[in-house]
Design a protein around this ligand. Structure first.
Ligand SMILES: [Mg+2]
Length: 249
């Protein structure tokens, strides 16, 4: 199970060449790679062809899992989130994705128009451009917690979503496939996933950001190079060279 940005994809240029030979090796061994991302379903569907990946996946930071026709929701539907936010409009100054056009989202995020459209195609979260004081932001975040929601600071936006995390989906795969799970990620929002996995791997990042305890493996190389480095070691140690597999990444 793998995070995308900064893990399977380079943080800056979104390249992923280093992981391709390892993905081939996993494919030959019939070990599925499940992506667990804060991206939307539309964003991953647009990307996954490049990885030749048809597996189940988890989107919007642990909010929902898609496996064929099946949808498992761990988060809160966006309509419910918007309803809560609507009631706070008089109290705090902010603008959400749902209130603005694609052009404005392009301005906020630096994404292309097509990317912004896929990013806006959300079902379990609402990114906000915060226009009020830091003090008010803190108060707002506490209020979200009281209302059964949570907030995450990411890039230029404050994300509001249901109380869930990337670790929630692991049980689904354990029950369904009876597998051991290797999980890889680079940020605190990946920690629950890494700690719930049989083998958790922290992928190094450019800013030297560190996290996690001693029970987690750590890559030397950054981003997809680190992914390839650690996965190669794990597969070598497990003696995986093709044929039927018993693990899941
Ligand atoms: Mg990441």
């Amino acid at each position: 199970m793998s995070d995308l940005d900064g893990t399977l994809l380079d943080h800056d240029d979104y390249s992923f060449e280093p992981v391709l030979p390892v993905l081939d090796r996993l494919d030959e061994a019939e070990i599925p790679v499940v992506v667990n991302t804060s991206k939307t379903r539309a964003e991953w569907l647009a990307l996954r062809g490049e990885f030749g990946n048809e597996e189940a996946f988890v989107v919007e930071n642990g909010s929902a899992l898609y496996d064929g026709q099946e949808e498992v929701v761990y988060g809160v539907r966006r309509e419910e989130i918007l309803e809560v936010l609507k009631g706070l409009k008089g109290k705090y100054r902010f603008r959400g994705y749902s209130e603005v056009g694609v052009g404005e989202i392009v301005e906020w995020t630096g994404l292309t128009r097509a990317e912004a459209e896929r990013s806006a195609d959300r079902h379990f979260s609402e990114p906000l451009k915060w226009m009020d004081s830091e003090e008010k932001e803190k108060e707002f975040c506490e209020l979200m917690e009281e209302r059964g929601l949570m907030t995450l600071r990411g890039g230029r936006c404050l994300h509001v979503q249901g109380k869930t995390d990337k670790g929630r989906a692991l049980d689904y795969f354990r029950k369904k496939d009876k597998v051991a799970i290797v999980a890889l990620g680079d940020r605190p929002n990946d920690l629950a996933m890494l700690e719930s996995a049989d083998i958790g791997v922290v992928i190094a990042s450019k800013d030297g950001f560190e996290m996690g305890g001693e029970d987690l493996l750590k890559s030397e190389a950054i981003g997809p190079l680190g992914w390839a480095e650690v996965m190669t070691k794990i597969l070598d140690q497990l003696g995986v060279h093709g044929g039927a597999g018993s693990s899941e990444v």
